[in-house]
Design a protein around this ligand. Structure first.
Ligand code: ZN
Length: 356
């Protein structure tokens, strides 16, 4: 295959529409692109493509993974260049990363490790559709490896592990009455003040995990309540999001935050805490010898403040990092872009880390 120009390949990928649930064409493209390489074993499971390079004498396997879907277009479905920047839907998140993966898959013919490249759909929608989750649930062998790199945009800086999330609903109860006679009722909206204040006063913790400083936060994100303008409300609901560091597992995080909220609710009045959703945190694992090879080349490492798909690998006890081209703060924006320099830097670092 002729020398692959990363920026050209990213442009080609942007021009194949692949909004979540419509990844068929881009999966076809990736499958055909990689099937030309005799050193790769390529398989397709739905719109997931897995390409493996098993090299004689290598024991450890490194997995590189990236999602092939995008959010819906926002006047940016066609790529264009301006001022050395390639604009277009998914330029940052994450067709640039997919282009880097494709070039690595083609050029690392005899790498230092066995390599597995996973291209998967439906990351930008509800987590239950996530292609990596589908693979994880179908057969653990699909994701099995010794360390993993997710090429989500990180500005070419290693972002290790990820935070976990607990989403909770806090039901604050009261008693209905006419608003002209509030002494006959109990105002649930007024009572919810104490819970909101408690969440606002949550003292941010900064635990050090694997030598990286994470930040734990707790935020009220939705509030509802009230019946009518002449009724004292009997219920108010606060939805809150607790982001925890990987020094806690999910059960510990749930218990911790429920105990904290317990200080501000009154069970005797019927107040309740309901856990809506829990996502695991992922241990950074940068001391893992394979990931350490990448760290020693890129130098800069920070903790991932947010949740990413590295958590799927963590479930399998596989250390994983986020490392990809493009500025993550541009993801999902109308003017997302990626540059050739960003693409080449990530490609070069990974090539050097993985080559023999
Ligand atoms: Zn993404």
């Amino acid at each position: 295959m002729a020398d692959i120009k990363l920026i050209k390949l990213t442009e080609q990928l942007i021009d194949i529409p692949s909004v979540s649930f419509s990844e068929g064409r881009i999966a076809d493209f990736i499958f055909e692109f990689l099937s030309e390489c005799s050193h790769l074993k390529v398989q397709r499971i739905g719109n997931c493509i897995i390409a493996e390079n098993i090299v004689d004498g290598r024991e450890a396997t490194v997995c590189l993974a990236g999602h092939i879907d995008t959010v819906p277009p926002n006047n940016n479905d066609k790529s264009h260049y301006s001022d050395q920047k390639l604009y277009g839907l998914g330029a940052t998140d994450m067709k640039g990363g997919i282009a880097v993966m494709l070039k690595l898959a083609v050029n690392l013919v005899k790498p230092h490790f066995n390599l597995k490249f996973i291209f998967y759909p439906c990351e930008e929608v509800d987590n239950k559709h996530n292609g990596l989750r589908q693979l994880y649930e179908a057969d653990l062998n699909y994701l099995s490896c010794d360390s993993a790199i997710l090429l989500e945009p990180t500005n070419g800086i290693i972002e290790a592990g990820c935070q976990g999330v607990v989403k909770l609903k806090i039901l604050v109860k009261g008693k209905r009455s006419h608003s002209a006679r509030p002494w006959m009722g109990l105002n649930a909206i007024h009572r919810s003040y104490k819970v909101i204040q408690g969440i606002a006063d949550f003292k941010e913790m900064r635990p050090i995990v694997d030598s990286l400083e994470f930040r734990e936060t707790f935020q009220a994100v939705l509030v509802s309540g009230g019946i009518a303008t002449n009724v004292v409300p009997d219920e108010s609901v606060i939805t809150a999001s607790y982001r925890f560091a990987p020094n806690k597992n999910s059960d510990e995080a749930v218990e911790y935050i429920k105990n904290y909220l317990g200080l501000f609710i009154e069970s005797s009045l019927g107040d309740k805490i309901e856990v809506l959703d829990v996502s695991d945190a992922a241990y950074p694992g940068i001391s893992n010898p394979i990931l350490n090879r990448i760290v020693s080349i890129t130098k800069e490492v920070r903790p991932k403040l947010g949740w990413t798909d590295v958590a799927f690998f963590s479930k399998l006890n596989v250390p994983a990092i986020n490392f990809g081209p493009g500025d993550s703060s541009l993801a999902h924006s109308e003017d997302e872009y990626v540059t050739d320099v960003q693409l080449c830097n990530v490609y070069d670092s990974l090539f050097k880390s993985l080559e023999n």
